[in-house]
Design a protein around this ligand. Structure first.
Ligand code: EPZ
Length: 416
């Protein structure tokens, strides 16, 4: 079990270069399966989830070669269609491979995906959309046995703008016969990034970022070179750490627009923020509570920033009310923050945070990716030493976490 040791009390100051977006690169890696040529993915973050995605690609027969700063994926020999269960269980986005496999093959075999335990996390929207595209899916004993005799475009309306279901439809419809119209899709920047990647390959997709995506099936998709957008959630996490330690920093490789809801609340909380074309400067000397912090689909406040922002509000002046509208069980970090002296009460989807003057270092446990990151933020803001166990969760999404925080003057080290 990996642990992170954090010594709090130092204001974080300096420059941090933000990694490529995990939640963009993962569907893009799945999308390399629908290419008829070799793809080059630049700036792929070196994190456990991308390692898992590469293992899945190789299990399907693709050839992946890693180079410094980029990787090549040749899926021309990817003739296998079964994703091993142990890989499906490692992360939620393994389900995204379903659509891509079905575009390459007339069959796909997978089990239910794993990933952060944020609630039940069903995949009913994925399966009903794939069935509408002509896929016969037999679910028995946790196995999804998918078959089709040719994917056919159709009109699909998602009852919830699910990020993963939107991506699965795009990957299954990209070479389907005819037109697919997807209503009420997710509007996240990662969806637009997937559309850009697929269209660069020769796909005909429009409308990503809006309330309707239109996909005209094509016959051929060529290999391309591509770099994903920056990771807006990693940027938000480090901004919470800098603000929480009353420091100042320049965040490079950032798209300010992707962070507008986060930057708005950070500004309301008292941070001085200056936005440039691909960077943001933030400094904070005094922090007040903001209300309410309500998570919403993009462009609302992102659910993935809820936990790090709560760690920040734990030491703000005043009371904040959080409402988690996306996942039904995304407050596992609350009990751990309370061990550090935070004054937080969570009930269902609501958490009330009464800011305290100081937090104290303590032994705490990460239960999921963003909750674990929140404990690191709290440890940097606390007096004394915090040891975060189950740090594997955090390594799934934060590249070079120790290096980035160390470069900002934070004291953090790994203990295996
Ligand atoms: C993606 O998960 C992200 N993961 C999550 O980030 C993020 O929190 C989430 O989108 C919301 O923005 C990746 O992109 C790899 P959803 P996803 O489908 O696709 C319900 C992180 O920390 N739902 O938009 O699983 C679901 O239960 C991770 O990086 C159904 O009911 O999210 C949830 O309540 C955590 N049926 C809501 O929709 C379905 O078939 C949002 O889920 C699918 C989803």
């Amino acid at each position: 079990m990996s642990k992170l040791k954090v010594e709090g009390g130092n204001p974080l100051c300096g420059v941090v270069d933000i990694q490529g977006a995990k939640n963009s690169v993962l569907p893009i890696l799945a999308a390399t399966l629908v290419s008829d040529g070799e793809c080059v993915i630049e700036g792929c973050p070196d994190i456990r989830d991308t390692h898992t995605a590469i293992e899945i690609l190789e299990a399907l027969g693709a050839r992946v070669t890693k180079h410094p700063g980029y990787m090549t994926i040749d899926a021309s020999s990817a003739g296998r269609y079964e994703i091993p269960d142990h890989l499906m269980r490692k992360m939620r986005s393994s389900i995204m491979f379903l659509g891509a496999i079905l575009t390459r093959n007339r069959r796909a075999l997978a089990t239910f995906p794993g990933g952060c335990e944020l609630g039940q996390r069903p995949i009913d929207l994925h399966l009903s959309a794939l069935r509408k595209l002509g896929v016969q899916i037999d679910e028995a004993y946790g196995v999804l046995d998918c078959r089709h005799d040719g994917l056919k475009g159709c009109e699909i309306t998602l009852t919830f703008p699910s990020v993963g279901a939107t991506e699965n439809v795009m990957l299954a419809a990209v070479k389907a016969e005819g037109l697919t119209i997807l209503n009420n899709p997710a509007k996240e920047p990662e969806i637009e990034d997937l559309q850009s990647f697929l269209n660069k390959m020769g796909a005909r997709i429009s409308g990503a970022g809006s309330s309707r995506i239109v996909i005209q099936g094509v016959k051929k998709l060529s290999g391309v070179t591509y770099r994903s957008i920056p990771d807006r959630i990693v940027a938000a996490t480090y901004m919470c750490a800098v603000a929480g330690t009353r420091g100042n920093a320049l965040f490079k490789n950032v798209v300010p627009q992707h962070l507008s809801a986060v930057l708005s609340l950070l500004s309301d909380a008292g941070c001085e923020i200056r936005c440039y074309e691909d960077s943001v400067f933030l400094e904070c000397s005094r922090l007040r509570s903001v209300n309410p912090v309500r998570t919403m689909p993009y462009p609302g406040f992102p659910t993935d920033a809820q936990a790090p922002f709560m760690a920040l509000m734990a030491r703000a002046e005043g009371t904040s009310v959080f409402v988690e509208t996306i996942f039904e069980n995304r407050y596992k970090h609350v009990g751990e923050l309370v061990r550090m002296g935070a004054n937080i009460t969570a009930e269902g989807r609501v958490a009330v945070v009464n800011g305290v003057k100081r937090l104290y270092g303590a032994p705490v446990e990460a239960f999921d990716l963003r909750g674990g990151a929140a404990l690191v933020v709290a440890g940097l803001c606390a007096e004394g030493e915090t040891v975060v166990s189950n740090a594997e969760h955090i390594y799934r999404g934060y590249e070079n976490l120790i290096g980035c925080i160390g470069d900002l003057g934070g004291k953090i080290s790994a203990e295996d």
